[in-house]
Ligand binder design. Structure first.
Ligand SMILES: Nc1ncnc2c1ncn2[C@@H]1O[C@H](COP(=O)(O)OP(=O)(O)O)[C@@H](O)[C@H]1O
Ligand SMILES: [Mg+2]
Length: 446
């Protein structure tokens, strides 16, 4: 299908107002360029209000030239409808990215989420600060429709803001002629439902909600209807992000709280302030997160089951194939050796080098040493068992075994005496003395 000088190849999306196509522009000498064509839905092309909004988008987007904002090439009319031609971002919008990650059972790495939102901040801050090139007056641009659908991540890891369809420049009406609030409710700050002038903090709030969703895979308010949602945005506290992701770093939690503050005076004053905190958080992780790491994240999220996995979490360039770490052996806890004083070993060993203190983190296996006591953990080191002077009268009484020992000693002395007498008798008599019966006699007489 052709639209003006563009060949429409594939429909990428259909919104309430327009269709988005992947298209090809051709030129002389085989020139070809893939791009995106967004055109007003044919049945709305006759509606002046839509055409005016579309023209406003085109005029505004044409003034923006930034690496984090999709580049507009062309604007025109063909076949009774208006169209915009822009660069093609080959990748995913953040809503699809988040959904795919959830389906794959993955949580997006916090530093990558922070990097994506920091990049959007850079693009939006540029738009917010844009001035009229002739007068130098601030244009007062606010995107007003920041949502995961309107932020794209390319295969090369580039982050781009799209859809300035309801963006406004200073002085324009906030509401459409019908009085309908445009944009997506879930990303609207409380002040959007009050009669107050919007400012750039509206985009800051929406970015806070997008960051919350990237990190948790959930929306900050649980509501069954639009009415309930508006009430929750106005009066209720969001579900804490840690409910979905308990290990969420405190710095990120604080960033979320500040970006999504209900009172805009408590919110980041602008996207630069939000970006600054996000950059500090990324730095604090100690890992670089740039386009290359985001490209790998996207590859991992979109790979089909069975594809080779890529290493993303480390954020450090490395081999594409995920190295499968060997399953670590459960750490063996070796009982702590008892204190040297408690080990009943010969003195020589006790005075040698003391055993290394066992540290909970550096416990390792070692061959049991002969001098070591059985592996029993002692709560309290016992005292050395040294002979002590008797203290109690009870201990002064000789025990039964002591009495037996003294009897044996006496019997031994008796035997020695008898042997001596026998030797004397042998010397004095000429007849040999039979020692054996004598000894037996002594022993039996004990
Ligand atoms: N330049 C682009 N490159 C690739 N995809 C795009 C581009 N612009 C828009 N899209 C896709 O089309 C969807 C709708 O585009 P958008 O401009 O937001 O239209 P709408 O005004 O209907 O919301 C986006 O969420 C994105 O997925
Ligand atoms: Mg959109």
């Amino acid at each position: 299908m052709k639209l003006g000088r563009y060949q429409l190849l594939d429909k990428l999306a259909t919104g309430g107002m327009a269709e988005v196509y992947l298209a090809r522009a051709t030129g002389p000498m085989g020139f070809e360029k893939e791009l995106v064509v967004k055109r007003i839905l044919p049945h709305l092309a006759a509606d002046g209000r839509f055409v005016e909004m579309f023209l406003a988008e085109a005029r505004l987007a044409a003034r923006l030239n930034h690496p984090h904002i999709v580049q507009i090439f062309d604007f025109g009319e063909a076949d009774g409808t208006w169209y915009l031609a822009m660069e093609y971002i080959d990748g995913l919008n953040l809503r699809v990215l988040s959904k795919r990650a959830r389906e794959a059972g993955m949580e997006l790495p916090p530093a990558s989420c922070a990097r994506i939102i920091a990049s959007v901040c850079e693009g939006l801050a540029y738009a917010h600060e844009r001035t009229d090139p002739t007068t130098g007056e601030p244009l007062g641009i606010i995107h007003r429709d920041i949502s995961p659908d309107n932020i794209l991540l390319s295969r090369e890891g580039a982050v781009k803001v799209v859809d300035f369809g309801i963006a406004k420049m200073a002085g324009q009406e906030l509401r459409t002629q019908t009085g309908v609030v445009k944009g997506k409710l879930a990303y609207m700050p409380p002040e959007r439902f009050r009669e107050v002038e919007m400012d750039r903090r509206m985009d800051v709030y929406a970015l806070g909600v997008v960051l919350y969703e990237l990190l948790t895979g959930h929306k900050p308010y649980e509501a069954g209807s639009e009415g309930q949602l508006v009430r929750a945005i106005l009066y209720e506290q969001p579900v804490p992000a840690v409910k979905w992701r308990p290990e969420l770093p405190p710095a990120l939690r604080r960033i979320l709280e500040r970006a999504m503050a209900k009172e805009r005076e408590q919110r980041y004053a602008d996207c630069r302030a939000l970006q600054s905190d996000l950059e500090h958080f990324i730095l604090s992780t100690g890992e670089p997160v740039g386009a290359w790491q985001l490209a790998r994240l996207l590859a991992r999220v979109t790979e089909r089951p069975g594809d080779e996995k890529t290493v993303v979490e480390s954020g450090v360039p490395g081999p594409v194939r995920q190295a499968r770490a060997p399953t670590p052996k459960p750490m063996q806890r070796v009982p702590t050796p008892p204190p040297a004083a408690a080990i009943p070993v010969p003195r020589r060993t006790a005075e040698g080098p003391r055993p290394e203190p066992a540290d909970a983190m550096t416990i390792r296996e070692r061959a049991p040493q002969r001098s070591e006591a059985p592996t029993i953990r002692l709560e309290k080191p016992p005292q050395l068992q040294e002979p002590r002077p008797s203290a109690s009268p009870r201990e002064e009484k000789p025990t039964e075994s002591a009495q037996r020992r003294s009897q044996v000693r006496k019997a031994g002395a008796g035997i020695m005496l008898l042997l001596a007498l026998a030797a004397c008798a042998f010397l004095w008599s000429e007849e040999p003395v039979q020692v054996e019966p004598l000894t037996a006699q002594v022993t039996s007489g004990r």
